[in-house]
Design a protein around this ligand. Sequence first.
Ligand code: DHB
Ligand code: MG
Length: 202
Amino acid sequence: ANLALWARADEYHDSFLIKPDPILDSVQEKTKARGIDYEIAVSPAQGKFLHLLLLSINAQRVLEVVALELEDLHADVIEENVKAAGQTEKVRVVRGPALQSLEAMPDSTEKFDLAFIDADKENNTNYFIHAKRLVRKGGIIIVDNVGRRGRVADPASTDSSVEGVRALLRYIKDDPDVEATTIHTVGVKGFDGFLYAYNGKN
Ligand code: DHB
Ligand code: MG
């Protein structure tokens, strides 16, 4: 597969559809400068898709924008970037293992319109169960990186991230509360995909 072809295709479409954003450019520069693996960030096209989705549903509360961060370095850089972007009123960073932070959020927490799950893939199902609890009825749960270059469907792959995706798929198959679909993607980040789930409960 020719990944350069798809990186070029993504960049070509972006050049028409995504305006240059000096703040986002400086965020990327600063993130790189602090030694964070910025390659795992969503691509510009994916980021814009999430942005448009939030606009479409008039989202007021997003889990991840209440950002759960394990690493202090990552949390520090988010706070610096958010400050530089003048968005400190909108973003709250919660430090510590995301599962612990989620467990500390009671059912009575004001519900989120959308949750974006993009952490350690081994815990996908645990994050998903919390997201269902914390997202309003009719809200959206998106799980990043469920494509994993097609390896999820490859019986020879026993990679723990791949197993994490498989476990989530098994969970959702038997879950009467959500309807979900996987959209495979290809672009600057190579072959991957995201899972989109509609929360029918709460
Ligand atoms: C990985 C994690 C991500 O969140 C991502 O978008 C791409 C890759 C990873 O851990 O390999
Ligand atoms: Mg990701």
